[in-house]
Write a protein that binds this ligand. Structure first.
Ligand SMILES: Cc1cc2nc3c(=O)[nH]c(=O)nc-3n(C[C@H](O)[C@H](O)[C@H](O)COP(=O)(O)O)c2cc1C
Length: 374
């Protein structure tokens, strides 16, 4: 049988797939076992303005949001974490069950391995099995979409794998750069994206993974036809820090590990939200270092629509996995909702649109002030 170059490249290759398979496991374990969080969290520089006499019912506060035509109970997204490994399947099942129970958004990790090795597809499919109604976001990387051999069928296969409501294209240039044999060739991205934009019916969002989005890029992505953003800014999980814990540095060639040097590189999440909002009115998820429901409120005041959390839900699901339960993850979601509701009450706001993009409802201090006023 004669195979095309594309088919050759996309055939499951035992070594390549094994490499991704091991990486998946390390990516899950390293953030749990080591501190791979950015050292500065810029949400600490935002103070919401207190209102001393709330004149609304705490329980009457409406946290519901419309996310690409699906109504969710609160603006909370379980960010892309995993898929492609037996442990990922368990984590995804826990997250999907909890997200469905609480009616929030759930994302899967990169589906590249699902395209390359059909035996891993069930670790993604399980999400739709246990989360039949909520919005589910699929995930594919900049590297794959930019490949000369990329074709629409790949994206369609990812969508079908989980019956995705939305697809995220993750932008992870720093991660690829500091990773052993990372994919750092993106010259075909715009051309390929234009084609998939034309033939894809569901919304497509541009998602950074912890290094943020600058204003010029936000404008370019908006004009290119993305339907929304996940700003994935600096302040939370650092992929360079994760890579620095993996044993993949060529110390014959270089005297310092770039993964250590670029550990703190990136644009803070609050700055990235403002960068996007200055040039686009499209739906925006704020991810990167959000810790509480108060951080969701801060993100919304800056102009975001939804708050996303990866590290927090990785931790809760890992705990749940040990105890064969979903209770830690459900409790975490309820805690975030309660903190967000309390923030609104203390600001005398009865719904999220009263806060959205109202920068007069906060004060910006410290390093964040300097970022925004240089
Ligand atoms: C273990 C782990 C795996 C991740 N895998 C992906 C991925 O496959 N695709 C993606 O777009 N983002 C991925 N991310 C990035 C997150 O979705 C998120 O953007 C980033 O971690 C910042 O959020 P946080 O500070 O809440 O962790 C991953 C994050 C973690 C912690």
């Amino acid at each position: 049988m004669i195979r095309s170059k594309f088919e050759e490249e996309n055939m499951p290759k035992p070594e390549k797939t094994k490499e991704i398979f091991n990486r998946k496991e390390e990516h899950l374990k390293i953030p749990i076992e080591y501190d791979v969080q950015h050292s500065i969290n810029y949400f600490d520089d935002i103070k919401l303005i207190h209102h001393a006499i709330p004149e609304i019912d705490l329980e009457g506060i409406d946290l519901t949001v419309n996310f690409f035509n699906k109504q969710i109970s609160a603006p909370i997204c379980i960010s892309a974490i995993t898929g492609g490994h037996p442990a990922s399947k368990e984590v995804n099942k826990i997250l999907a069950k909890a997200a469905e129970e609480e009616n929030i958004i759930m994302s899967v990790g990169s589906q590249r391995i699902g395209l390359e090795d059909p035996s891993t597809v069930d670790s993604f499919k399980i999400v739709r099995e246990f989360a039949p109604t909520i919005p589910v976001i699929g995930n594919l990387g900049l590297g794959q979409v930019s490949s000369t051999y990329f074709k629409q069928e790949d994206l369609t296969a990812c969508i079908d794998m989980i019956d995705a409501d939305v697809m995220a294209i993750h932008l992870n240039a720093l991660h690829e750069l500091v990773q052993y044999k990372g994919n750092i060739s993106y010259k075909n991205f715009r051309r390929n994206f234009k084609k998939i934009r034309e033939s894809t019916k569901i919304p497509l969002i541009a998602k950074e993974v912890g290094t943020g989005i600058n204003q010029d890029l936000a404008l370019m992505l908006d004009e290119l036809g993305f339907d929304g953003f996940d700003v994935g800014g600096t302040g939370g999980t650092s992929f360079a820090a994760i890579e620095s814990k993996r044993n993949n540095f060529d110390n014959d060639k270089y005297s310092r590990n770039p993964a250590d040097v670029f550990r703190e590189w990136g644009i803070p999440t609050p700055v990235s939200i403002i960068n996007v909002r200055n040039v686009s009115q499209k739906l925006t998820i704020a991810t990167g270092g959000l810790k509480t429901g108060v951080d969701i409120a801060k993100s919304i005041v800056l102009g975001a629509d939804v708050g996303g959390f990866a590290y927090k839900f990785l931790k809760s699901s890992w705990q749940d996995r040990k105890n064969d339960t979903i209770s830690n993850t459900v409790r975490e979601i309820r805690t975030l909702k309660n903190e967000l509701r309390s923030s609104l009450w203390l600001m005398n706001s009865s719904n999220l649109s009263e806060l959205k993009n109202k920068r007069e409802k906060c004060v910006i201090l410290g390093n964040l002030y300097f970022w925004l006023n240089q």
